[in-house]
Design a protein around this ligand. Structure first.
Ligand SMILES: CC(C)(COP(=O)(O)OP(=O)(O)OC[C@H]1O[C@@H](n2cnc3c(N)ncnc32)[C@H](O)[C@@H]1OP(=O)(O)O)[C@@H](O)C(=O)NCCC(=O)NCCS
Length: 173
């Protein structure tokens, strides 16, 4: 089985445009243009003190992305940091890549000294719950019924994934 690896998206790499294109298509509700997404990702890449963009690859092929963000877009809750923009290309879903990206973002938050991580989701509550996330609130965000979830970063991972990351020792199962 191929291993999913995660990497920090670095400035001036073609991966910035790829992730921006994915985000425009997957999160059209945000109504951000490609140019806006690209500019935002360039900021993530150039200043990693406030957040980071990760890209997942299988055998060198980019297949997904996720962000650790200091702030969410127009949040209803005054917390930080956030896991945001989780996306895996359709042909590589249900192979553990989504879980690997979530774990890698959790690690990024831990490395920055955070004890909790937050997210909004409209559809993927069960997916995150299986990874140890807890529902904190139900809210109306960007016009959608949305679930506000938290991850206690002091807790161990709820389940193992086949993964390795350039940020942490390889994890395989
Ligand atoms: C959500 C997403 C990232 C999951 O990626 P993935 O690589 O398929 O995730 P994994 O392989 O690690 O886990 C898949 C498991 O989660 C479940 N799952 C995936 N999406 C789910 C959802 N929206 N709700 C509930 N369960 C979900 C799958 O059923 C699967 O479980 P199974 O194999 O037992 O059936 C992917 O479906 C995606 O990119 N969706 C579009 C963007 C999106 O909705 N992002 C989340 C924004 S909060």
């Amino acid at each position: 089985m191929s291993i999913v690896q995660t990497f920090i998206v670095e400035p001036r790499t073609p991966e910035l445009a790829l992730c921006a294109r994915w985000r425009v298509n997957a999160f059209s509700v945000l109504e951000a243009s490609f140019k806006m997404e690209l500019r935002s990702l360039e900021q993530f890449a150039s200043d990693q003190r406030h957040g980071v963009a990760l890209i997942a690859k299988i055998d060198g092929e980019p297949i997904g992305t996720c962000l650790l963000a200091e702030s969410e877009i127009e949040p209803n809750h005054d917390v930080s940091p956030w896991l945001a923009g989780l996306f895996v290309v359709p042909e590589h879903r249900r192979n553990g890549a989504g879980a690997v990206l979530v774990r890698a973002i959790e690690d990024q938050a831990r490395e920055r000294g955070f004890s909790r991580l937050y997210l909004y989701t409209t559809e993927a509550v069960e997916f995150y719950a299986r990874l140890g996330w807890t529902v904190l609130d139900h809210t109306h965000w960007k016009g959608f019924d949305t679930v506000f979830m938290v991850r206690d970063l002091s807790e161990p991972a709820a389940e193992k994934e086949s993964a390795e990351s350039d940020q942490s020792p390889p994890r395989r199962s």
